[in-house]
Design a protein around this ligand. Structure first.
Ligand SMILES: Cc1ncc(COP(=O)(O)O)c(C=O)c1O
Ligand SMILES: N[C@@H](CCOP(=O)(O)O)C(=O)O
Length: 465
């Protein structure tokens, strides 16, 4: 198993090298050269197994045997022992054929914990094997940052620098990043939006001298291992609803396209998924792209689902690579056009391939609030605003014949103001986070300038092993 870059100019890497590299040196994203496959019989054999068992069966195929099986299994067990629900990612039925997949039972109450807890252990292992350390840089619109800081806090071989948009994340999200006492983690408020943060992270990767000197690595979904870990819950959910003998559709609240791309990977691996539905908030670049065939940036507005206030949707590049039958020159041209003119056209054959697998829809702010209110009234279930985007869009694509699973990507208590204003309910943080808002904050504020951020990272990264 080796990994190739979507832009075709970086050398292919084995699993651990791709894990530590994050972004490829040509600016592209790593994908496996060949998708591993599970037969229907193999999928059937996973029925009744635990989340951890299924995770091992699905994920070990991606490692190319570079990690010893028992060690890999122990990492899975340890990662998911941090979850507060025995099923890790339970399914809740809200209608005859409607289900919510709760992905927020981890330590920071967002779906990011599912991948991040495993990623931290994988990185630690790979670094220890090599006797190396890494400087991790990450961008967040609110949830990746908290999950990364929690998963990497106190780890000896990594320093973590998380860039978040100043004053544009929820107070709970901010405190999950700024109240860690661990010395190896640094929260940086950038005067800009999430796209600025993500561009700065990519620029640090593309500054080859800086990258090599500080051994830069990444924990955003540009890192293949993040996507890989997220594939598992598509399997667990579909299997518990009758897969592979029944097709299941998924609706995914989408921003950086990582979570839904993991669903696409599950399908490539043989899981019989019917449709994958992209749900966007008012920052609807992906819904517009599917409709018009043109990816066109037009500015980001602040919404009540801030983690999805994104327009440079990194993982869409991975999908384009597949839709163009892995023609890396088409990807280089599209990404160059995005850089030069803020958009690109998708060729008809590639667009057709995308439309075959995906549907897309958007939810306005009014629709999000109404969905939170109405779902509570009709089912007693309290949604967070990101999940509400998903539930609203899912309704348009539900069919009486097959189940529709909407991914619930965050706990409502991460966004109390929006939830209260829509439903009248003030969702409480769980007991272990009850004092979060009283904890002391520690963070730095920087301009959205590469020099300022690189200087900060350089000054604060530890170099000794
Ligand atoms: C709560 C929440 N929902 C949805 C998303 C969108 O996920 P993705 O960026 O993988 O599309 C994010 C951020 O990524 C998030 O934090
Ligand atoms: N919504 C994300 C944005 C970063 O996404 P990632 O999946 O690429 O890490 C966040 O909450 O930070």
């Amino acid at each position: 198993m080796d990994y190739i870059s979507t832009r075709g100019e970086a050398k292919s890497l084995g699993f651990c090298d791709a894990l530590l590299a994050g972004l490829a040196r040509d600016g592209g994203l790593y994908v496996p050269r060949k998708w591993p496959h599970l037969t229907k019989k193999e999928i059937r054999a996973l029925r009744g197994k635990s989340y951890q068992d299924i995770a091992f069966e699905v994920l070990y195929r991606f490692t190319g045997g570079e990690i010893e099986a028992g060690v890999f299994r122990a990492m899975i067990d340890e990662a998911y022992a941090t979850f507060r629900h025995p099923a890790v990612a339970p399914l809740v039925q809200t209608g005859p054929n409607s289900f919510i997949l709760e992905l927020f039972h981890g330590t920071t109450l967002a779906f990011k914990d599912v991948a991040m807890q495993l990623l931290a252990r994988l990185m630690d292992h790979a670094l220890a094997q090599r006797g190396e350390r890494a400087t991790i840089v990450g961008a967040t619109s609110g949830d990746t940052g908290g999950a990364a800081i929690d998963a990497f806090a106190g780890r000896a071989r990594t320093d973590v620098f998380i860039l978040f948009p100043h004053e544009k994340v929820s107070p709970v999200q901010q405190r999950q990043m700024t109240t860690s006492k661990a010395e190896n983690v640094h929260a940086i408020a950038v005067k800009g939006n999430f796209d600025d943060c993500q561009n700065l992270v990519k620029a640090m990767f593309n500054d080859i001298d800086f990258r090599d000197r500080l051994k830069i690595s990444g924990v955003n979904s540009i890192n293949w291992a993040r996507i890989m870990a997220q594939v598992v819950y598509y399997f667990t959910a579909a299997i518990s609803l009758g897969s592979p003998d029944r097709k299941v559709s998924f609706t995914v609240p989408t921003g950086n396209f990582g979570d839904i791309f993991a669903g696409y990977v599950a399908k490539k691996m043989g899981l019989p998924i019917d449709k994958l539905v992209i749900a966007t908030n008012e920052n609807d670049i992906l819904a517009r792209t599917l409709k018009t065939g043109r990816y066109e940036m037009k500015g980001v507005s602040a919404t009540t689902s801030p983690s999805m206030d994104i327009q440079i949707s990194s993982n869409f590049e991975r999908l384009l690579f597949e839709a163009y039958d892995r023609d890396d020159s088409a990807i280089r041209a599209a990404m160059e056009s995005l850089k030069q003119s803020g958009g690109f056209e998708i060729k008809p054959a590639a667009l057709k391939a995308i439309r075959k697998e995906f549907r897309a829809g958007r939810a306005s702010e009014k629709q999000v609030a109404a969905t939170i209110r109405d779902t509570l009234a009709e089912t007693g279930y309290l949604l967070d605003p990101h999940t509400a985007v998903g539930v609203f869009v899912a309704q348009k694509f539900e069919k009486p014949s097959s189940p529709m699973v909407t991914l619930s990507t965050a706990h409502p208590a991460k966004f109390p103001a929006a939830v209260k204003s829509a439903s009248g309910i003030d969702p409480a943080l769980p007991a272990w986070l009850a004092d979060l808002m009283d904890r002391e904050e520690r963070f730095d504020v920087l301009e959205a300038e590469l020099k300022a951020v690189e200087t900060f990272v350089d000054e604060h990264a530890r170099r000794e092993n």
